[in-house]
Design a protein around this ligand. Structure first.
Ligand code: 5MM
Length: 348
């Protein structure tokens, strides 16, 4: 795979009006979400849920790529059509999460290091053969008393950069996801400082490991106050802080930044992305879009509840959130768009 092909894929992933759908929850995470919604935690239920997602009519208008999980990339529609083919036919690029999750970090209480480097080149080759054209690796950074430590930030940044270099070598575009968690009482200013330090460290490592910045996508958190911080800034303040932080730390060679939602209410995730694109569109060197999981899928999951009869309403809910986030990608989202969701909920 030539470097130009990687660059073209990266550009297509952040094409105008489009963003990424993160349907890469591992089985334990998916099962936890199913349990909450009263859905059986079986492979068949997970397959049905993923079928509902990939067969949502019109999804390709708003979604450029879908991040899959190892189980999902091997699954098929009930009629035997592989999900990868269903996605490609819908104009959606298949991608794959390759990390093995964030585990407790030795000698760093309260901090995590992402694992999954073993055998990565072979796994990349296998996923490429299956049709994946990009991959994702997530590092998790917590804010708390005395954390994050330099040790944690550096180890995670190094792993992200090694993964990204191997990924490009295998012909896949790396999504580099350093997530600063929202949990905690810290103010927005603290999230800003930590996010800036993390991003600077990550880009240093990406440079050291010779990753082509033109052929990658960054998937960061927005700059937000901690979930339990008494002061919760307005949409515009979050947008200002986030873009200011990114402008300081993310090189212009990166084609696109696709945010994770991190547990934000889904309407806030749309409104904040929209505000950034409205106010800063002409000043940002990269495309700014979404790579949401919960903020795009949660309403559909809650409507579906594992019932076949709810499939169409759930697909409408997913289509709705994808449409809202696509509008936010263009700076054309309005709170009024949410009215369409009310009619979906009334119908169910
Ligand atoms: C942060 O999580 C990523 C984005 O999801 P949200 O928009 O809900 O924050 C997401 O891609 C995440 O990496 C996967 O759902 C992770 O699942 P596991 O099971 O690996 O935690």
């Amino acid at each position: 795979m030539s470097m130009q092909a990687l660059i073209d894929t990266a550009k297509a992933m952040v094409a105008d009006g489009k963003g990424l759908l993160a349907m890469d929850e591992s089985n334990p995470t998916c099962n936890k979400r199913f349990e909450k919604a009263g859905i059986p935690q079986t492979e068949d239920a997970r397959r049905s849920y993923r079928e509902l997602i990939v067969t949502t009519p019109g999804l390709g208008e708003f979604v450029s790529g879908a991040i899959l999980y190892d189980e999902t990339i091997r699954q098929s529609r009930k009629d035997g059509t592989p999900f990868v083919k269903v996605l490609i036919d819908a104009g959606i690029i298949p991608g794959i999460k390759v990390d093995a999750g964030a585990k407790d970090m030795a000698a760093h209480p309260g901090e995590k290091i992402t694992e999954g480097m073993d055998g990565l080149p072979d796994r990349f080759n296998g996923y490429f053969q299956m049709g994946a054209r990009f991959a994702k690796w997530r590092a998790v950074i917590a804010i708390g008393n005395g954390i994050p430590s330099r040790g944690c930030i550096e180890a995670n940044a190094h792993a992200l950069a090694r993964y990204a270099a191997l990924c490009q070598e295998a012909g896949l575009v790396p999504i580099v996801e350093p997530e600063v968690l929202m949990d905690g009482e810290h103010p927005l200013k603290r999230c800003f400082e930590v996010t800036e330090e993390v991003l600077r460290t990550v880009f240093n490592q990406l440079y050291t490991q010779r990753v082509a910045l033109e052929a990658m996508i960054l998937k960061p958190n927005m700059v937000l106050p901690g979930l339990t911080c008494p002061k919760q800034e307005a949409v515009e303040e979050v947008a200002d802080a986030t873009v200011r932080c990114l402008l300081r730390a993310v090189p212009a060679a990166v084609p696109g930044i696709a945010f994770l939602s991190g547990g934000q209410p889904y309407e806030s995730a749309s409104a904040r992305l929209n505000a950034m694109n409205v106010k800063f569109k002409t000043r940002m060197p990269w495309a700014l879009t979404f790579s949401y999981s919960r903020a795009i899928l949660q309403p559909a999951l809650e409507i579906w509840k594992g019932k076949k009869t709810q499939t169409e309403a759930a697909q409408q809910a997913l289509h709705h959130r994808a449409r809202c986030n696509s509008a936010a990608r263009r700076g054309r989202y309005t709170a009024g768009m949410e009215k369409d969701m009310e009619s979906i909920i009334t119908k169910k």
